[in-house]
Structure formats: structure tokens, C-alpha cells
Design a protein around this ligand. Structure first.
Ligand code: Q0Z
Length: 274
């Protein structure tokens, strides 16, 4: 199969008119892929994505063709999907203050041009979720864009649909996760166009690689929030003499096991499946 794209932790292959999206067990910390895999991570993230696509299929059509009709060697960690014309925007919804949203709030009191109340801190819940799109930079980090700039890039009616679907996916996902003790602070979605012009949700959906997941039981606004999936990795790597540049350090067995357990727990809590 022809390799179309290789990401930090995933690969994309072409199979006739379809694409096969394959999730590996690779893990990154501070944007650096570590040399030690987390066994089962690719399967868990793939099954979680498929579960969300099923839960949220009424919000907008999506690219999934099958989670089972994939080459045997990738069974469980691959998705057969429609090849779309991808739209050049990362569609982000934020319900809590972290990352670039926090930086923007501290600098201007606004997030993506939306005025926020004073007194919010790191990890605070926003009065309502905000659509904070970025453009995909060829290299380096993505650039925030205004809704007007999204409209100029993809057209006004598609921009309106991207904002609606992004906020609705986020709201529905966050409500579902909250009932299971998990805060979804933000999420990044990607969309594309089918041959007939239909806007479709693509890529992965509401996984810890595309979203910030926090344990609700530990939520304390005013300080950085522990990540449900990678906190053991971050705490361990923070204690090393490592400058956060490649190559990353090998992960000790106990940290691999603890991280594996986190991914499994996340999946079971959200889906009720083992
Ligand atoms: C997704 C990506 C990955 C590396 C392109 N249905 C689609 N149609 C066309 N293009 C894509 C999709 Cl999902 C597409 N990416 C992101 C995924 C490895 C990069 F598995 N790039």
C-alpha cells in the first residue's frame, strides 16, 4: 500500500480510492516522540475514535468506511476512510483555559476575538465553548485565524458549518465525558469535502492525542491541570536531565505500565467497554 503521509504517531496509506489511517503505539511528550512504545495505545485510540464517530454521527457525516475491513497486520488500530479534499484549517473548540487559549487570554483578555470575563486562570471553565481555528502551518506551530479569515479560506457557508459542527461535537462530547468524570478541555477537529461538496468530519475524534482530557476529580483551576493520559510521562520526564529536544529518553517499564493503564482506564470509563 502506498504511504501517503507519516505523522509523529500515525501513518496514512492509500488503498484504491480509500485511505487507511493507522495508529501506532508511539507516544510523544512535549512534541518529541519517545523511543519506547506504549503497547496497545494505537488500538485504544483507534477504538475510541470509532466509538465517538458512532456516538456523534448525527452531528455531521464523517469519513469512516470501516473499522474492520483493514489489512490483518493493522487490525484493531486502523480505520478505512473516504479520501476527502481536506480543508486548510484546524478547527478547535475550547471549553476551558489552557495552552494557546490561556496565552491569548493573558495577553488580551480575549480568545479568538471573543471577550472573556476578568479573573479567569489556568484551567478555568469558559462561560461557553469558543471556536478558535488555526491554519496548518507547513512548519512550526499553527497560526490562530479569525472567523473572517476562515471564511476567506473556505467560503462563508462552509465556515459557518465548520463552526457549528466543531462546537456541537465539542459540547456533545464534553457532556458525555463529564458524566463519566472526565473533562475535555479542548479538541482539535479536521474536516474535508467529499466529491459532491459535502462537508465531512475526518481524522481522529476526541482522543487524548487530539484533545486535552483531565480527570474531573482533580480539577483545580488556577494551576496547570494533570493530563489524564500522559501525566506519568510528564512527571517522570520532568525529573530527568533532558532539554526536551530529540532524541527523547527511553521510558522505564513502570512508567510504560502506568501510562498503558491510563489509556485503558480512559477507554473503559468513556465507552463502558473493556
Ligand atoms: C488526514 C494525518 C495520519 C498523518 C490527511 N479522510 C481523509 N482524506 C484526506 N486526507 C486525510 C483524511 Cl483523514 C488526512 N491527515 C492527517 C493522518 C497520519 C497525518 F494518519 N492528513
Amino acid at each position: 500500500m502506498e504511504l501517503v503521509h507519516s505523522g509523529k504517531v500515525r501513518e496514512l496509506y492509500a488503498d484504491g480510492d480509500d485511505l487507511i489511517m493507522v495508529a501506532s503505539d508511539r507516544v510523544s511528550v512535549y512534541d518529541v516522540v519517545l523511543p519506547t512504545p506504549i503497547p496497545g495505545k494505537g488500538r485504544i485510540l483507534t477504538q475510541l475514535s470509532l466509538w465517538w464517530f458512532g456516538q456523534l454521527g448525527d452531528v455531521i457525516p464523517n469519513h469512516v468506511i470501516s473499522g474492520t475491513e483493514v489489512p490483518a497486520e493493522w487490525e484493531g488500530r486502523a480505520i478505512r476512510c473516504r479520501r476527502l479534499r481536506m480543508l486548510p484549517v484546524e478547527c478547535i473548540a475550547r471549553g476551558y483555559l489552557a495552552g494557546l487559549g490561556l496565552a491569548s487570554y493573558r495577553a488580551t483578555g480575549e480568545i479568538s476575538g471573543v471577550r472573556m470575563p476578568p479573573g479567569l486562570g489556568e484551567g478555568s471553565r469558559l462561560p461557553e465553548p469558543v471556536f478558535t481555528p488555526t491554519t496548518k502551518a507547513a512548519v512550526g506551530h499553527d497560526e490562530p485565524v479569525t472567523f473572517g479569515e476562515v471564511s476567506a479560506l473556505v467560503g462563508g457557508s462552509i465556515a459557518v458549518e465548520l463552526r457549528r459542527a466543531t462546537l456541537e461535537i465539542y459540547r456533545r462530547g464534553a457532556v458525555l465525558a463529564a458524566a463519566r468524570g472526565i473533562i475535555i478541555a479542548d479538541t482539535k477537529l479536521e474536516f474535508g469535502l467529499a466529491g459532491d461538496g459535502t462537508v465531512m468530519l475526518a481524522d481522529e475524534l476526541l482522543t487524548p492525542d487530539s484533545s486535552r482530557f483531565w480527570p474531573a476529580s482533580e480539577w483545580t483551576p488556577g494551576r496547570p491541570q494533570p493530563a489524564l493520559d500522559k501525566q506519568f510521562l510528564r512527571d517522570w520526564s520532568a525529573g530527568l536531565d533532558w532539554d526536551r529536544r530529540p532524541p527523547g529518553p527511553a521510558i522505564p517499564d513502570d512508567v510504560v505500565a502506568a501510562t498503558q493503564a491510563r489509556y485503558a482506564e480512559l477507554y473503559t470509563r468513556l465507552t463502558g467497554r473493556e
